[in-house]
Ligand binder design. Structure first.
Ligand SMILES: [Zn+2]
Length: 458
C-alpha cells in the first residue's frame, strides 16, 4: 500500500469521523452485513426501513400529509406505498419545497442536483446521512473486487468546470491527497495528449479507473494508437458508470487496461442502486433504495423479468423524502440467485433512459442503444448520434472524419427505418459531435415528451 493510501486510511478517515461525524466506514460494514442475509431477512429489513420512512413522511412532509389516513395501515408499508401516486420530475420540480420535512435541520442540509443531460436539472435536498449510505453502497460493491476507499483511482469524466481557477486547484489537491484520485477531464481527451496521459497513468499506477464508458473508450483508443501496451501492475478493475455500457466498450477497456470492467448503476437522484459482482451479475442495493418497475402505460407494477420504468424510493433521505419517484430509466429486475453467494436481488438489465428511447408511429418504444449494435457493423461510421425530433422525423448526425462511405450511411438509414417504420431521416455530417451540457456523450435522444398512454416497450 502506498503512503497516500495509508495516510487516508489511518489519518483522513478517522479524522473525518472524529471531527465531522462522518460514519461512512460504519455504513459500509452495515451494508456488507446485509449482503448475505436470506431473502426473508432482507424483506423484513426493507419493511422496517420503509415503515419508518413512511411514518416520517406522512407526519412531517407537507406534500404527503394528505395521506395521513394511511398511518394506521403501516403494518403493511408496501401496501401504503402503493397507495401513493408516482412522482415525476415534472410534478416534483414546481413543488420541491413541499417535500422538505418540517424537522429538517436547515443548517446541515445541502442541495444536490440531477446531471441534467436532458433538459433542466432537478434540485433536491439531502443530508450527510443519506449521502453516506449511497457512498457506502459504492464501497460495498467495490469491496467485492478487492478495492478499498483509499485505493488510488483514475477518474475519466467531466470536471467541475463551474469552479474558478483557484477553487479548481484546491479541488484537485483535495482529490489527490485526501481521496487519492486523479482526474483526466473528458473534454481534454485530444489525440495529441495521449502520450502525456499514458505516462500520467503509468506513474500514478491506479488500482482502478472510474468514469463514463464513452470517455474511457476514447482514452483507450488513444492509448492503443500510441502502439505500446500500458504497464499497469496493480489495477483491479475499471468502473463504468452513468451511461449504458456496451459489450464492445467492455471488451476494449478490458484489453487496453488489462482488468475486468465493473458496471456501476447509479444516478444523482437515486444514489448507487446496483453493482456488478465478479460473476457478472448486477446486485441491487435494496437496503438503500426500494425499486419498483412499472408498466409504461398503466403505471401498474410489473412482475420480474419485464422491462419498464424504474420507480425508486430512497430509504435514507428523511430530509426530502420522495416516495415512488420515476427516475427516468428503463430496467428489468430479477429475484434469481447469483452463484457468488450474495443474496441481494439482481438488476437483469438497464436499458437506458426513457429519453434515450424512441417512439414509433404505432406507439411502441424502441431502445436507442439498439442502433449502437448496428453501427458497429458499418466500419466507416465511428461516431454518431440519432435525435428523434417528432414521431415522423429523425436527425442522424455523423462524425465526418473524411472516411465516411455513402453505402454505410444508406445501410444505416435503412436499418433505422426497418426498426422505426415510416420515418424521415435527415443526415448531418459534422466535424465534431458535441456532448450534452452535462458532458455526457449521448447516441440517442428523443427531444419531445412521450404521450401519457403508451403500449408496452419493445
Ligand atoms: Zn453475484
Amino acid at each position: 500500500m502506498n503512503m497516500t493510501s495509508r495516510f487516508i486510511q489511518y489519518a483522513v478517515y478517522p479524522a473525518m469521523k472524529r471531527w465531522r461525524g462522518n460514519r461512512v466506514m460504519d455504513r459500509i460494514s452495515e451494508l456488507q452485513h446485509h449482503e448475505t442475509m436470506n431473502r426473508s431477512e432482507l424483506r423484513e429489513l426493507q419493511k422496517s426501513q420503509l415503515q419508518s420512512l413512511l411514518k416520517h413522511a406522512l407526519t412531517h412532509v407537507p406534500a404527503y400529509k394528505e395521506f395521513q389516513y394511511l398511518l394506521n395501515e403501516l403494518d403493511n408499508p408496501f401496501y401504503v406505498l402503493r397507495e401513493i401516486p408516482l412522482l415525476t420530475k415534472q410534478s416534483f420540480r414546481p413543488r420541491r419545497d413541499d417535500f422538505l420535512s418540517d424537522t429538517a435541520d436547515t443548517s446541515s442540509i445541502f442541495l444536490n442536483r440531477s446531471g441534467g443531460s436532458t433538459g433542466e436539472p432537478v434540485t433536491f435536498y439531502m443530508n450527510r446521512h443519506a449521502v453516506e449510505y449511497s457512498e457506502a453502497a459504492r464501497w460495498r460493491g467495490l469491496s467485492w473486487w478487492g478495492i478499498r476507499p483509499w485505493d488510488p483511482c483514475l477518474m475519466v469524466w467531466g470536471s467541475p468546470i463551474e469552479l474558478k481557477q483557484s477553487a479548481m486547484m484546491s479541488w484537485r489537491l483535495k482529490e489527490r491527497w485526501l481521496k487519492n484520485r486523479v482526474l483526466i477531464p473528458a473534454f481534454a481527451l485530444q489525440p495529441e495528449r495521449m502520450l502525456e496521459y499514458r505516462s500520467l497513468i503509468e506513474s500514478f499506477q491506479p488500482v482502478y479507473l472510474y468514469g463514463w464508458p464513452s470517455s474511457m473508450e476514447i482514452l483507450a483508443r488513444g492509448i492503443q494508437a500510441t502502439g505500446q501496451p500500458l504497464r499497469l501492475h496493480r489495477i483491479k478493475g475499471i468502473v463504468s458508470t452513468a451511461e449504458v455500457l456496451t459489450d464492445a466498450q467492455r471488451k476494449l477497456l478490458q484489453e487496453v487496461f488489462g482488468a475486468p470492467v465493473i458496471n456501476e448503476y447509479g444516478a444523482r437522484e437515486g444514489g448507487i442502486m446496483g453493482y456488478e459482482c465478479p460473476q457478472g451479475n448486477m446486485h441491487a442495493s435494496v437496503d438503500n433504495t426500494l425499486m419498483e418497475v412499472v408498466d409504461p402505460q398503466t403505471g401498474e407494477m410489473l412482475p420480474e423479468g419485464k422491462t419498464g420504468f424504474l420507480i425508486v424510493t430512497d430509504l435514507h433521505n428523511y430530509v426530502m423524502p420522495r416516495l415512488r419517484y420515476r427516475l427516468g430509466d428503463m430496467v428489468q429486475l430479477s429475484s434469481e440467485f447469483c452463484s457468488c453467494g450474495r443474496t441481494l436481488p439482481l438488476i437483469r438489465s438497464v436499458d437506458g433512459r426513457e429519453d434515450d428511447t424512441f417512439l414509433r408511429g404505432d406507439g411502441l418504444l424502441v431502445n436507442g442503444q439498439y442502433f449502437t449494435n448496428i453501427a458497429r457493423l458499418l466500419p466507416s461510421i465511428q461516431q454518431f448520434q440519432i435525435e428523434q425530433v417528432s414521431v415522423e422525423q429523425m436527425i442522424l448526425r455523423l462524425k465526418d472524419n473524411g472516411q465516411l462511405n455513402q453505402q454505410d450511411i444508406s445501410a444505416f438509414c435503412q436499418q433505422i427505418k426497418d426498426k422505426m417504420g415510416d420515418i424521415q431521416i435527415s443526415v448531418e455530417r459534422l466535424a465534431e459531435i458535441h456532448p450534452a451540457a452535462s458532458g455526457k456523450m449521448r447516441v440517442a435522444i428523443r427531444s419531445f415528451p412521450l404521450p401519457t398512454a403508451l403500449k408496452s416497450s419493445s
